[in-house]
Design a protein around this ligand. Structure first.
Ligand code: HEC
Length: 275
């Protein structure tokens, strides 16, 4: 009895261990927010509308340079519930077959010449970094005339990639502006008499020139979220299946333990009778 109890406990603990792995640690985000902390968002792979919008953004804005050569169009369509005709019409722009890998025709040597570094394959980018990192990276481009392509990035300083979503976000610049200050306990500092915010001048505030983007801030953040969500899915399409299968396996093992334990008890009875 004691032994069975211990085994049960062990099974429960392994399950707990598997769940805690989820709380992925975010990769550091360069000089974002001064502290290098990435934006704190959680992603939802069951949100099919978000994955579909993310895929459309990826095919339109990223696939020209980046590939996801471990993913196929068709697999995405099946997982996210897009029918093949819609897939061909809205997501495949180069005449590829639905069963093809999501790749482009860019040559690595050319890319090196043009950008200084070849655009890496993005199949596993959210595993190599984190989806929060990718989301923050997409918010962190700003104009920098000292860079060859005119853009820099707070999360990835001196990145060789231009800000390809600038037409959506608008022209983001680094400007001097008053910013809030925080007390040691993390609260916003206010004047004790007037309750007005106590601010200080900072010269690395990111600000979008009004009216230069096709999207407002919330909308652009949503687009960055959808893209990161899509690439998070691409990095591990099995993720949601893996979690539900895992739970079944643990139940199965628990059941097996009970049956084996009872079986063992029966055999032990026989052994005892024989002596
Ligand atoms: C014009 C070509 C081009 C386009 C279009 C483009 N990128 Fe890039 N990207 C690059 C290059 C070049 C690099 C490598 C930069 C470096 O290493 O300095 C890069 C790097 C990256 C990285 C950093 C990878 C790492 O090393 O960790 C991410 C993430 C990324 N791109 C995401 C995207 C996304 C998402 C899109 C679509 C919204 C996109 N890129 C569109 C050229 C491009």
């Amino acid at each position: 009895m004691m032994r069975a109890g211990l085994l049960l406990l062990l099974a429960a603990l392994t399950q707990l261990g598997a769940l805690s792995v989820h709380a992925a640690v975010s990769a550091p985000c360069g000089t974002w927010k001064g502290t290098g902390e990435c934006e704190d968002v959680s992603f939802d792979m069951s949100d099919r509308a978000s994955l579909q919008r993310g895929a459309a953004l990826f095919m339109n804005y990223c696939l020209g340079c980046h590939t996801t050569r471990y993913a196929r169009y068709e697999r995405f369509a099946e997982d996210v519930g897009v029918d093949i005709d819609l897939l061909k019409e809205h997501l495949i722009f180069d005449g590829s077959q639905p069963g093809s890998l999501i790749v482009n025709g860019m040559k690595v040597a050319d890319a090196k010449k043009w950008f200084g570094a070849p655009p890496p394959d993005l199949s596993l980018i959210t595993r190599a970094r984190s989806p929060q990192w990718l989301y923050t990276y997409l918010l962190a481009f700003y104009r920098d005339e000292t860079r060859p392509l005119g853009h820099n990035n707070r999360v990835f300083p001196n990145v060789g990639m231009p800000h390809v979503l600038e037409e959506l976000q608008g022209v983001q610049r680094q400007v001097c502006a008053p910013v809030r200050t925080y007390a040691e306990n993390g609260g916003v500092r206010r004047d004790p008499l007037t309750r007005e915010l106590i601010t200080e001048e900072s010269c690395d505030v990111l600000q979008v020139d009004a009216g230069t983007g096709m999207m407002g801030e919330t909308e652009y953040r949503q687009a960055a979220y959808d893209l990161a969500n899509y690439l998070h899915y691409t990095a591990e399409p099995y993720r949601s299946q893996r979690i539900s299968v895992g739970i079944y396996v643990v139940f199965y093992l628990l059941l097996l333990i009970v049956i084996l334990w009872m079986l063992n008890r029966e055999f032990q009875k026989d052994v005892a009778d024989k002596h």
